[in-house]
Structure formats: structure tokens, C-alpha cells
Design a protein around this ligand. Structure first.
Ligand SMILES: Cc1cc2nc3c(=O)[nH]c(=O)nc-3n(C[C@H](O)[C@H](O)[C@H](O)COP(=O)(O)O)c2cc1C
Length: 336
């Protein structure tokens, strides 16, 4: 019997996705780490060193699952090699109206339009400071994914990102500028060269040592992806995350579509294509995110030039066993 697919997933899938998400986070908060470790077993050690940070294994939890950094220790206990908190914005905001997350089990996909619901950078920084002083800070690297507050005008984006960056600076092992969520109006326009360069320069003026990455959309044209690689080089970014969710819903059956970003199996091939284009144009580290649902799809990312992978939808459908499966096939020598 598989604990996740035979027991936990059927229970969680009886609830609508956001309720299931809250139940899962509550379960993780209440279950002591040694019990989580005993339930799922530790993955092999496959350390990867990138931008001065050592990752005990290459499989990370993608942004959006632990938006408010509430259960960081649990992800380590489940076997993740790193976790990315967020997206966190400078201002507290409720996100879009519910329901705003939808499952598509036959397609092994999700659509979400959460809209960066979070209590704001100052509140998350308080949570993180408490965790630090409790002595229960996880031993795996923690990334901080920051986004623009909905009420902030696009032209004021640099100072909005800067406010979150300042608050969270002591806590992140690396930082991600999220300019690729489809659920904040206009956000993706910040992928435009000048806008993005202004954000990067503002953050680098505050701190030039923390590894800084940009997470990009799979819906950029191939030329725009090439431009992104060149911008990453010229602005001295430490890496890129490819990719966020897609607005291509062609895999969703007619009559069942929902507004939002699509993730999971149907995203895999475009996300890998974007990764290949980036790899052909830059030697910077790339974290692959998008449709990693199996060891085989993770290998595809590795072969295409990823240094690390992140999972979200695969974790929902496959559970913690997927981490071990991927770690098992990852060849460290192939990591950039
Ligand atoms: C419900 C949900 C919420 C998400 N929230 C965020 C977010 O806040 N910030 C972000 O950068 N990505 C967010 N993502 C995107 C994931 O981090 C990931 O990049 C994307 O889902 C593709 O990976 P996957 O196919 O493994 O899910 C979210 C995804 C889902 C399904």
C-alpha cells in the first residue's frame, strides 16, 4: 500500500483544492518532524552546489505551496532538498475571490488564480524571525519568492519589490523576482527588458551578495526567452527559474476551463522547451519548474540543462514519494 496515493490523497481530494491545501498544511504543522521522516523515509544525499549554496538534493518545493513560510521544517522532514516560500508581496492582500484553484485529474493538471494571497512581507518576516529564534530553522536552503503588490502601479514596481526584499533579506538563501504569475494584472509586462532591469538594479543596490534569480513565464515567445537569457547575463543574475504556469489551456476539455495559470503534465513540454532555449544562450544555473510529475520528466529537465527541479502539481498528485523517485535518477555529474 502507498500511504499517499492509497490513503492521504483520496482523503484530501474529497475536499475542494484550497480546503485540502489548508488541511495538508495543518497536518504538516501538527505532525512532529521525526514522524514525517519515519512515514516517508529520507531520500539519498545528492548534494548540488550552486551560487554559493549547498542543496542536499536537487528536488525543491515550488513557490505557492507554503506562501507564508508557515511549515518550513516539514518540507525538510518530507525529504525536499530546498523550499521556496512565497510569493510574498510588500502589502498584505487577500488574493482573488474563491474558488480559485481547480483540479483536473485526468490531465494531471491544476489551474489556479490565487492572486498572491499573503499577509505581506513584514508579517512573513515576523514568522521567520520566530522560527529562527526557536532553533527549528530547517537545514535545507530556503528561497524567498517576491512579487508586486496588486495595488502598486507597474512603474512603482522596483520600490515595491525592494520593500519585500529588505524585510526578508536576513532569511532567504536565495531570492526570486516573480514577474511571471498570470494572476496579477499586468505583472508579466515586468518581463520586458527595461522594467526587469530596473527591478534587478534596485535590489542589487540594496544587497549585491544574495543570489538573485528571475522566474519566467512559459508563454514568452522564443525570442523573448533569448532576450531573458541575455538580460540575466548582463544584469549579473545568479540564475533563472523556468517556468511559471501557462495561459495555454488547450489541454483542458471544452466546457471545463477556468481562468488562471495551468500547471502539471500539460505544461511539461513548453516548460522544457523554454529551458532548452535558455540553456543554449546562457551558462547560468537554471531551476526547472513545470510538469515534473515523474522521474522520467525530471530526467528530461536534467538533460535539457537544469541544475535543480521544483515540483508543485506533481507533489499534489504523487506525494512525497516523487521526491525519492527523482533523487534516485538524478546524476549529480550532469548538474551545472
Ligand atoms: C495553486 C498554485 C499556486 C501557485 N502560486 C505561486 C506563487 O505564489 N508564486 C510562484 O512563483 N509560483 C506559483 N505557482 C507556480 C508553481 O510554483 C510552479 O512554477 C508551476 O505550478 C509549475 O510547476 P508544476 O507543473 O510542478 O506545478 C503556483 C502554482 C499552483 C498550482
Amino acid at each position: 500500500m502507498n500511504l499517499y496515493s492509497d490513503l492521504l490523497r483520496p482523503c484530501l481530494f474529497r475536499f475542494e483544492p484550497e480546503t485540502a491545501h489548508h488541511l495538508a498544511l495543518t497536518g504538516l504543522r501538527l505532525t512532529p518532524a521525526p514522524i514525517l521522516r519515519a512515514m516517508f523515509g529520507a531520500p539519498a544525499e545528492k548534494p548540488v552546489r550552486l551560487f554559493g549554496v549547498t542543496f542536499p538534493n536537487p528536488v525543491g518545493l515550488a513557490a505557492g505551496m507554503d506562501k507564508n513560510a508557515e511549515v518550513l521544517g516539514a518540507w525538510e522532514a518530507l525529504g525536499f532538498g530546498f523550499v521556496e516560500a512565497g510569493t510574498i508581496t510588500a502589502r498584505a492582500q487577500p488574493g482573488n475571490d474563491k474558488p480559485r484553484c481547480f483540479r483536473f485529474p485526468p490531465q494531471q493538471a491544476l489551474i489556479n488564480r490565487m492572486g498572491f494571497n499573503n499577509p505581506g512581507a513584514e508579517a512573513v518576516a515576523r514568522t521567520l524571525a520566530e522560527l529562527k529564534s526557536s532553533g527549528r530553522w530547517p537545514k535545507i536552503p530556503v528561497g524567498m519568492n517576491i512579487g508586486k503588490s496588486k495595488v502598486t502601479a507597474l512603474e512603482d514596481a522596483p520600490s515595491d519589490y525592494a520593500a519585500s526584499f529588505r524585510q526578508l533579506l536576513p532569511f532567504g538563501d536565495y531570492f526570486v523576482i516573480n514577474v511571471s504569475s498570470p494572476n496579477t494584472p499586468g505583472l508579466r509586462q515586468l518581463q520586458d527588458r527595461d522594467s526587469l532591469a530596473a527591478i534587478v538594479r534596485t535590489l542589487k543596490a540594496i544587497d549585491s551578495k544574495k543570489p538573485l534569480l528571475v522566474k519566467i513565464a512559459p508563454d514568452l515567445s522564443d525570442d523573448a526567452v533569448k532576450d531573458m537569457a541575455s538580460l540575466a547575463e548582463s544584469e549579473k543574475l545568479d540564475g533563472l527559474i523556468a517556468t511559471n504556469t501557462t495561459l495555454d489551456h488547450s489541454s483542458v476539455p471544452a466546457g471545463h476551463d477556468q481562468t488562471g495559470g495551468l500547471s502539471g503534465a500539460p505544461l511539461r513540454s513548453r516548460s522544457t522547451e523554454v529551458l532548452r532555449i535558455l540553456r543554449a544562450h546562457t551558462a547560468l544555473p537554471i531551476i526547472a519548474s513545470g510538469g515534473v510529475m515523474s522521474a522520467e520528466s525530471a530526467r528530461e529537465k536534467l538533460e535539457a540543462g537544469a541544475s535543480l527541479v521544483q515540483i508543485y502539481t506533481g507533489f499534489i498528485y504523487r506525494g512525497p514519494g516523487l521526491i525519492r523517485e527523482i533523487v534516485g535518477v538524478w546524476e549529480v555529474s550532469k548538474s551545472v
